[in-house]
Design a protein around this ligand. Structure first.
Ligand SMILES: NC(=O)NC1=NC(=O)NC1=O
Length: 243
């Protein structure tokens, strides 16, 4: 039995439910998914400021997951907020949904397109492409120009905009796969893939399977060098509980 903690770095429980359903849909029979929202922070993550706030919430949940003895962690926001800090703190594997989706896309296509939410988050995805070494695999990045929580408003408008943008990208970008650039899009991948006949990749499910694979291989986060446990120091104020 493996236990994987899936962390929604924003505080919107409705999005956590969407993320949890996508994770459980692909989890192996022997894998238990524990899905959590950030205990404090921002209701949605749509820029550098939000990412900084969300990173603290991620670290708090990593600590809780460690205390619960989970075997691995997923950071279920497309900016992968706090990923390396989380790897310092964690023993088990920590995978972000952007890196997971990008890795999977390169395994099934030579070029992929990213479809995300607000235009101002495009640069965050670009930074990750460079950080992970996937820039030359990415054909294009597009934003549907709707806020993250539009995906949870029940209207279906955001979901239809994602669908239309994917169809347009497949016509125009010369890509062989599409990466969905938001944790809140997790539920769209399977049906969209069926409809367009091209891999539409959700990072939540990709990350869950990558964590399962790492656990199965007996690979945990390296504690050599920069991902060694954080140096001990006395934290104060709002961070005292992280001591
Ligand atoms: N690009 C994004 O939409 N990032 C995200 N913000 C959130 O709150 N969750 C995401 O996945």
């Amino acid at each position: 039995m493996s236990v994987i903690q899936v962390i929604n770095p924003n505080t919107s429980d409705a999005m956590t439910a969407t993320i949890a359903a996508a994770a459980r849909a692909v989890a192996a029979p022997g894998t238990e998914i524990i899905a959590v929202s950030a205990a404090q922070g921002v209701p949605s993550i749509e820029g550098h400021f939000d990412e900084a706030i969300a990173a603290v919430g991620v670290l708090e949940q990593i600590n809780r997951g460690k205390a619960q003895g989970v075997d691995g962690h997923v950071i279920a926001c497309f900016g992968d907020p706090g990923l390396l800090a989380a790897r310092e703190l964690a023993r088990g594997p920590v995978i972000g949904i952007a890196e997971a989706a990008m890795h999977m896309a390169t395994l099934v296509a030579t070029r992929f397109t990213v479809v995300t939410t607000l235009p101002r988050t495009l640069v965050i995805a670009r930074h990750l492409l460079r950080q992970y070494g996937f820039e030359h695999h990415c054909a294009a990045l597009h934003a549907i120009d709707l806020p993250v929580l539009a995906l949870e408003d029940g209207s279906g408008i955001a979901q239809e905009k994602v669908r239309q943008r994917c169809i347009q990208a497949l016509r125009e970008d010369g890509c062989g796969a599409i990466v969905l650039g938001c944790g809140g899009m997790a539920s769209l991948a399977r049906d969209l893939t069926q409809e367009v006949g091209v891999p539409i990749i959700d990072g939540v499910s990709a990350a869950v399977k990558m964590v399962e694979a790492l656990i199965g291989l007996g690979l945990s986060t390296s504690k050599q060098g920069d991902l060694a446990w954080p140096l001990r120091k006395t934290m104060t104020g709002a961070f005292e509980h992280l001591n």
